[in-house]
Design a protein around this ligand. Structure first.
Ligand SMILES: [Zn+2]
Length: 128
């Protein structure tokens, strides 16, 4: 949700810049303009700034916003759990089965032209 990062851990960050970076916001549920971030020379200052930002942000948020974020988190968790069990996301397929029983590639006009006529005719007759 809200995140913390210590920029000092990044290689090449000079020691005389603020060592603590914070950011506040969550997605989905927040508009891009509602995100805030900042840096501070020490953890306690960063934490104070972060808490102030969070209070400001959360004051304008509704339960529905948090629910949106939770739903997205749950969907993502389910997706990864399915992948972990060896389930692969199915690639979008252009293959269709015609009412006449033939499988054809709907992205290939030459293949699909005749079957399109079959399908439209079947729909017009009220069967599928
Ligand atoms: Zn057909």
């Amino acid at each position: 949700m809200c995140t913390w990062a210590r920029s000092a851990s990044a290689p090449g960050v000079p020691v005389d810049v603020d060592q603590w970076k914070w950011s506040c916001g969550f997605y989905p549920g927040c508009d891009p303009g509602e995100f805030s971030d900042g840096t501070a020379p020490d953890f306690f200052t960063a934490r104070r700034q972060f808490e102030a930002a969070w209070r400001e942000l959360s004051a304008g948020k509704t339960e529905a916003d948090y629910q949106e974020w939770r739903d997205q988190r749950d969907r993502t968790a389910q997706k990864y759990a399915a992948w972990a069990q060896g389930e692969k996301p199915s690639p979008p397929s252009s293959m269709m089965r015609c009412v006449c029983g033939v499988r054809f590639d709907s992205h290939k006009p030459a293949e699909s032209y005749d079957h399109r006529a079959h399908i439209y005719a079947a729909r017009a007759e009220g069967r599928r």
